[in-house]
Ligand binder design. Structure first.
Ligand code: MN
Length: 319
């Protein structure tokens, strides 16, 4: 902390640049807190708008002070900081000369800065910044704790991937300080009002064969909505397979979820669609993408009922 503080002067106007995912946002807020009363101002600048609805919800509910940077940055700052990223990660970042770089991504090109702390073994940069706050003897506010906790949770996918003990220790420290009602609302906020009509369509057009539910949604605005609906239908207790399809950018997309017990969704989509499109996945989740002109080779008339029949027969030829 002494080394960090020695790089800043009280007259400094500081810019922290981030690619705004939850980990970067949490880490940037923590760094801003570290500099509180130490410098004249700290701006957290995003290099792109936030797209994920969960993250938009977080910024709105917690009233986070984030600023969208313009491609041609006119305002000059005295010092630049980057968290959860490195200058070489994109052209926007690389235009600045950074005093501080704190990150957990692997180092792929040398980083030149007076203060570099890159720990690729860490699950999140929010973990690293939680340790900085502890070192500075700063107890994070509820808003900051909630942001850091969400940063750790998203980057480690709730500790399902690259997690070390330090991530769990920071999580344990932040847990009683965070607002869990807000956190829950953030975590479930992945739908927009427009998505509801696809739920409506999916429910109307569903059909069930044994423990499998199928629904073909025709044209969809993104493949993500197919994933959300496939996961939603798997909530039905006696459904073991959820197979949701739609047409996106001139391809038929098929999203599959199952209960994960003695099933291999990845294998069956590769067998069913591997020769006409791109297909793959794991035991419990899989996906296939078939260009419409390839589809016309196997279905003469690609109407919705024909597409559904084709999907069912290709996936489950013996029933
Ligand atoms: Mn990260």
């Amino acid at each position: 902390m002494e080394e960090v503080y020695s790089l800043f002067a009280t007259k400094d106007q500081v810019l922290i640049t981030i690619d705004p995912d939850p980990d970067a946002i949490g880490a940037a807020l923590a760094f801003k807190r570290l500099l509180w009363h130490k410098v004249q101002s700290v701006t957290i600048g995003m290099i792109r708008p936030i797209r994920r609805l969960n993250n938009i919800t977080m910024v709105r509910l917690l009233k986070l002070p984030l600023v969208l940077l313009e491609k041609k940055q006119t305002k000059q700052f005295d010092k630049y900081v980057i968290v959860d990223g490195q200058p070489s990660h994109n052209a926007f970042f690389s235009q600045f000369s950074y005093s501080v770089v704190i990150d957990h991504h692997p180092v792929n090109s040398s980083v030149e800065s007076p203060f570099v702390d890159i720990r690729p073994e860490y699950g999140s940069t929010s973990t690293i910044l939680t340790e900085y706050l502890k070192a500075a003897k700063i107890k994070p506010s509820q808003t900051l704790s909630t942001s850091l906790l969400y940063g750790i949770k998203t980057d480690t996918r709730n500790f399902e991937r690259h997690t070390i003990l330090d991530d769990i220790e920071s999580f344990r420290y932040l847990f009683p300080l965070a607002n869990h009602n807000v956190l829950r609302k953030i975590e479930i906020s992945d739908l927009s009002l427009q998505d509801l009509k696809f739920f409506h369509r999916a429910v109307e057009r569903k059909h069930i064969i044994k423990d499998r539910i199928f629904s073909h949604l025709e044209k969809v605005p993104s493949a993500d909505i197919l994933v959300v609906i496939a996961e939603f239908f798997l909530k039905i207790h006696d459904i073991s397979w959820s197979i949701i399809s739609g047409i996106y950018e001139n391809s038929l997309i098929i999203v599959i979820r199952n209960d994960g017990f003695r099933k291999d969704a990845g294998k069956i989509v590769r067998q069913a669609f591997g020769d006409i499109g791109c297909a793959g996945g794991h035991e419990a989740m899989a996906r296939a993408e078939i260009p419409m002109d390839k589809l016309k080779d196997v279905i003469q008339e690609p109407t919705s009922p024909n597409i559904e029949r084709f999907i069912h027969k290709a996936l489950f030829p013996f029933s």
